[in-house]
Design a protein around this ligand. Sequence first.
Ligand code: AMP
Length: 422
Amino acid sequence: MAEPTFRAPKGTRDILPPDSGRLRALIGEFARIAELSGFGEVVSPMFEDIGVFLRLGETTDVVTKEMFDFLDKGDPPQHFALRPELTASICRAYAEHRPVPPWKIWYEGPQFRYEQPQAGRYRQFTQVGVEVLGADDPQVDIDVIALGWEFYAALGLRQVELVINSMGDASSRPAYIDTLTAYLRDHRDELSAQSQVTLDRNPLRVLDSKRAEDQVVIDAAPSMVDHLNEECGEHFAVVRAGLDSLGIPYSMSPRLVRGFDYYTKTVFEFVGEALGGAQNAVGGGGRYDGLVEDLGGPATPGIGFALGVDRILLACDAEGVFAAPPPSVGVFVVDVTGGSHALDVCQRLRAGGVGADRAYGGRSMKAQMKVADRSGAPYAAIIGEDEVAAGEVTLRDLRGDSGQRRIALDDLVSDVRSLIQN
Ligand code: AMP
C-alpha cells in the first residue's frame, strides 16, 4: 500500500469498527450506571475561554504546558483552549446556570492535552465522569467512589485497585505544606534535579514524582493525613468507614496528591493492575470545595472523578473482558436475480427491527457470500429466480450448523427475530 498523504495527528487515533462499537458500549454502560444513581448528562462545549482552565492552577502541568489554545477571528480576538478535562467546564456551567444543588451530573467526551504520546497516553483521549456540586456531606464522597468501583466491576474488570488520600482544606493545608517544605528542603540534595525545581514551585507535587532517585525521600516525608484539622479528619474517617461498610477495598497513599491544584479533602485514584507500567491510572478524582467560587460562582463544595476510557479498554484487553459487541446486522441479503429484491427485503427486515445489509454492484453469488461472511451476520437470505417465483427466500445459517431452508417472505422477519432471540 502506498504511504498515505496525511495521517491522523500525532497522539490521536481513528477508532474504527469494531473498536468504535466497544467504545460506544462502554459509554452506554457508564450512562446506565450513572443514571441509576440519579445523575443526568451534561453536554458542554469542547472549548472554553482559556480563563476557565487557568483557574485550575498555575502549577498544574495540564494548564501550563499541555493546553491546545488558539485565538479566534474576532476583533479583538478571544483566547480559547480545547478542554483538557471537564471539571472546570462543569463548574463554569454551574456558576452560569445556577441549578438547584445538589447537582449530580455525568459526562463523556474527548479531552485534549499536548503530551508526549506513548502507550495509554494520547493528545486526544476520551473520559467519562461524574461531578456532584453543592453537597459537602462525606456520604457523597462514598457514593461517588462506589459508582466508579461498580462501573469497573460491571465491565468485568477484577484487577482495579482503589487508592485514597486526604488533601485537607484551606485551613489545614498551609501548616502541612510548611512542614513538608521544611522537610524537603532539608533533603534537597537527595532529590532529582526536576524535583528540586518542583520543590520551589509546588512542594506537594514532589510527592507525585515517580523518579527512582526521589523515592527514599518521599517514603519518609511527613504525611497530610497526620496533619488534618478536626473537620477534615472526621470527613475522611466517615469516607473510610463507608467504603469499609460497602466492602470496597482500598489502600491509603500519602503520595497521592493528584495532578490538579484544586483538590481538597478526599482524593482517589483507580489503578489498573493488569496494565503494568507507568500509564496504569484508569481514573481519578477528588473533592474541590473552592473551584466554583474561583470561577465566579457562589461558594459551592464539589466532588467528582474522570475515568480514562482509552486506558480502561486497554485494561479490558489485558484482563480479557468486555469484548466488542456482536455486529448488529442479523441478515445479509444475497440477491442473485440482479433485480431490486435486495432493496425490498432489506427494507422489510429493517422495518421489522432486524439489522440487514446487502452487497452492491450485481456481483456473483460466490462474491456476495464472501461479503456476507465478512459482515458477521448470523444469517444470509438468498434470493434467486426460484425464490422470487415462490414468494420465498432461502435462509442460510452462516455461523451454526442448521444449514438452510426455504421460508415464505412474509415469515422472514418473525422467523429471524425468534432465531436471533434464541
Ligand atoms: P486526570 O484528568 O488527569 O485526573 O485523568 C483522569 C484519567 O484520565 C486518568 O486516570 C487516565 O485514565 C485518563 N488520562 C489522563 N490523561 C490521559 C492521556 N493523555 N491519554 C489517555 N488517558 C488519559
